[in-house]
Design a protein around this ligand. Structure first.
Ligand SMILES: Cc1cc2nc3c(=O)[nH]c(=O)nc-3n(C[C@H](O)[C@H](O)[C@H](O)COP(=O)(O)O)c2cc1C
Length: 378
């Protein structure tokens, strides 16, 4: 008898038909090639994980201004678009589905990464006291405290929304099945939502509706390219990563969930705080998200297959995203199906190591029986 019948069952999310509800969470790996373009190695990595119900890519910057770490991929040049096309083709050739996570880091950057070494931008000129960026240094890199930021002018906000639209156009040409708007984890859109980082006095700051405005503008821009049934948003209510201290995160989430619902978005993806700190989500809050949003709900953070099965069978979630487990187990749904042990993720190679800790995690062998592991490098 299969242990996880709900988790491993197919489902419809917006316009997408998923073969299972084991989603690959977005995972920054800092292994893009020259010009921040995806490479053959990146295509191999995503291709290995094509059995996910849906792959959500690593966060991908919409402009150079949106970059905060060295070697993260972008989607604003022809070279980057071509690299992503190759990745998408590999995933599709293995019958997988893949969504691109669109990203602007806002204040979580450093002038060394910015166009003309300008200061990073944010809703307000409020630095992130403890957050770091990763910048080039001699032949390698250095982790440094973020510098700046300066507050965005009103017209510049319209320009950023336009960058999201242009990135979505490129993503569509590259063949992506969907877009995930990254409004979580303390990056630009989350900086607009949160009370401690947004102290603007114009139509993008102040009351909750104003702080939410840019997220809805971005969603509308991306929907105009992909259609609502192929757009999702990631939020991280109560999360404190990157120095977020939001006093009304739950109310904001409910407001946004209603706005996304009215627009018919495919899914809402909740990155739970227990991964990087913050008060855990209450059962009442989870239920209120369900009540406010009619599309599919995905939860993520520290899930095991058993915990995921439970949250899906009790109808709190429609699917669950797995980060570190998918990073270390390219065939995660199959391992859940046969109750195989999981490879451990090695945090030392999360953000470096080329193929090591990236494409060399072993899959189960098909010919030797499912309980044996294939040791490609032994
Ligand atoms: C190496 C690493 C990179 C991550 N990169 C991203 C990212 O690019 N975008 C994002 O929204 N979350 C990112 N996260 C957060 C994960 O998507 C996920 O929320 C977190 O790992 C908790 O899930 P897990 O317990 O299943 O790993 C990252 C996490 C890790 C460990």
């Amino acid at each position: 008898m299969m242990l996880y019948p709900n988790l491993l069952s197919s489902t419809i999310i917006g316009d997408l038909k998923l073969s299972n509800r084991v989603i690959m969470a977005p995972l920054t790996r800092m292994r893009a090639g020259p010009g921040n373009a995806p490479t053959k190695l990146n295509a191999e990595y995503y291709g290995q994980r094509a059995s996910a119900g849906l792959i959500i890519t690593e966060a991908t910057q919409i402009s150079q201004q949106g970059q905060g770490y060295l070697d993260t991929p972008g989607i604003y040049t022809d070279e980057q678009e071509a690299g992503w096309k190759h990745v998408v083709e590999r995933v599709h050739s293995r019958s997988g589905l893949i969504a691109l996570q669109l990203w602007h880091v806002g204040r979580i950057s450093h002038s060394k990464l910015q166009p003309n070494n300008a200061l990073p931008v944010a809703p307000s000129a409020i630095p992130a006291p403890a957050a770091t960026a990763r910048i080039p240094h001699e032949d390698g890199f250095l982790r440094v405290l973020c510098d700046g930021p300066r507050a965005l002018e009103l017209e510049e906000i319209l320009g950023i929304v336009n960058d999201y639209r242009n990135s979505a156009i490129r993503a569509k040409r590259a063949g992506f099945d969907a877009i995930e708007v990254h409004a979580a984890n303390g990056y630009l859109l989350n900086q607009f939502l949160s009370t401690n980082t947004n102290q603007r006095t114009d139509s993008y700051g102040g009351c909750l509706e104003n702080r939410a405005r840019i997220v809805l503008d971005v969603v509308d821009a991306v929907v105009s390219v992909f259609g609502a049934g192929r757009v999702g948003v990631r939020l991280s209510p109560n999360g404190i990563f990157n120095d977020i201290e939001d006093t009304d995160a739950e109310e904001m989430t409910s407001y946004l969930a209603r706005g996304f619902s009215e627009r018919g978005l495919a899914y809402l993806h909740i990155a739970e705080p227990d991964w990087a700190g913050g008060a855990p989500l209450s059962d009442e809050f989870r239920k209120s998200i369900r009540d406010n949003f009619k599309g599919a709900l995905i939860f993520c953070s520290n899930y095991t297959a058993a915990k995921a099965e439970k949250i899906i069978s009790s109808n709190i979630a429609d699917a669950v995203a797995f980060g570190r487990a998918f990073l270390a187990n390219p065939d995660l749904p199959e391992r859940f199906r046969v109750s195989s042990p999981l490879n451990e993720a090695d945090s030392k190679t999360f953000y470096c190591g080329a193929e090591i800790g990236y494409t060399d995690y072993p899959a189960l062998t098909k010919d030797k029986g499912n309980s044996e592991l294939e040791h490609k490098n032994s």
